[in-house]
Ligand binder design. Structure first.
Ligand code: OSB
Ligand code: MG
Length: 372
């Protein structure tokens, strides 16, 4: 490919209300605030999404810290080095500590640009092997168990092949027992978002009786050791989300026996380049992975769809239809699931979906343009 000169990068802060509130062990949210990254070259625009939230609850990053890092460090890095290859960007950005979601948002925009310039969908560039991926749905904590049952019934009727519920101390064992009585045959998994500590080990072991597909991140992100202690005493496979922040962390987690499954999120690990390293490491060690979500708009979700076509994405992904998250997604047509509970991966160049400019404008809170 000939060199490309990036002409302009844009950051835009957007706010989109959810169809239904989303509650985890760290709280209830009514909508999402996030940053859209647009990279312009040769009349083409590459889109990326920064998954950092308004508040530092899932991780330390926020929309404000990501904006600052992009403006003061990552965009100047692209400008000073005339970078356009996402792999080069990933290597260069690696010298700055932390801020993986900010790095990933810009790297994703560069990937979309690269796909559009090469006229290839990203799944082909990544070496994907699937036309459709397995769709699962993540259901937040509700006001009552009846409400949760009602929501799960709806999702099952729409075709989702796996249900993930959010748990926290006090909303765990009894909820799982009721769900298993109500829906004996479903694939059920539980995500604690680090809401427990090792003092609750015996209580967590009681979850074994429900045959969960996995228990995701019971302990805080830094706690690989306590996860390994619990995994040794539990039949249910543990899956790491927040703790799996790089290929190096994942290697250590696997060597310590901290989990048997890995959730991959591009934002959490600093981009696709690192995500593929984790995918390959797990593949080599017989550890299945799946693609996690951060309630992305259709732009971030399209990026996730392409990644999830790699061969070791063997389990259901947190990739659901647009209408499960937003009344009006940023892309048209929206993401939809098939009656078989899968999502078809776009075949048009780059992310292969169409962002709707009017909807982006409607959701916009602030915009800044960086001319090169
Ligand atoms: O832990 O997987 C998580 C959403 C926000 C923050 C953390 C998580 C989630 C989800 C949503 O579970 C999954 C999705 O995007 O469908
Ligand atoms: Mg999780």
């Amino acid at each position: 490919m000939p060199m490309v000169k990036i002409e302009q990068i844009e950051l835009e802060l957007l706010e989109l209300p959810y169809v239904h509130f989303f509650e985890t062990s760290f709280g209830r949210e009514q909508g999402r605030t996030f940053i859209l990254v647009k990279v312009y070259a040769d009349g083409i625009c590459g889109y990326g999404e920064v998954v950092a939230d308004k508040a530092p609850l899932y991780s330390y990053e926020t929309t404000s810290t990501a904006w600052l890092m992009l403006k003061d460090y990552f965009i100047p890095l692209v400008k000073a080095n005339a970078v356009h290859d996402p792999r080069d960007f990933s290597r260069l950005a690696g010298k700055y500590k932390g801020h993986p979601m900010a790095k990933a948002g810009l790297e994703l925009a560069l990937w979309d640009l690269e796909g559009k310039r090469k006229k290839q969908p990203l799944w082909k560039i990544y070496g994907g092997t699937k036309q459709e991926i397995l769709s699962g749905v993540s259901v937040g904590i509700q006001d009552t168990v009846d409400e949760l049952i009602h929501r799960i019934e709806e999702f099952l009727s729409e075709g989702y092949g796996r249900i993930k519920i959010k748990i926290k101390p006090g909303w765990d064992i009894d909820v799982c027992r009721t769900l298993k009585q109500e829906f004996p045959d479903i694939l059920l998994q539980a995500d604690a978002n680090g809401g427990y500590t090792i003092t609750e080990k015996e209580a967590l072991k009681n979850l074994d009786e429900f045959g969960l597909q996995m228990l995701e991140q019971p302990f805080p992100a830094y706690d690989l050791w306590d996860h390994s202690r619990l995994q040794k005493e539990m039949n249910t496979p543990l899956c790491l989300d927040e703790s799996a922040d790089s290929a190096e962390s994942v290697r250590k987690a696997l060597e310590m026996g901290s989990c048997r499954i890995i959730n991959i999120k591009v934002g959490r690990v600093g981009g696709v380049h690192e995500a593929i390293k984790i995918h390959d490491l797990c593949y080599g060690r017989g550890i299945p992975v799946w693609c996690g979500g951060m309630l992305e708009s259709g732009i971030g979700r399209a990026h996730n769809l392409h990644l999830a076509t790699l061969p070791n994405f063997k389990l259901h992904n947190d990739l659901s239809a647009s209408k499960r998250y937003y009344q009006e997604d940023l892309i048209d047509p929206p993401v939809d699931i098939t009656p078989q509970g899968t999502i078809r991966v776009p075949n048009d160049p780059g992310i292969g979906v169409n962002p709707v400019k009017d909807r982006i404008k409607k959701a916009s809170l602030k915009r800044e343009v960086f001319k090169f």
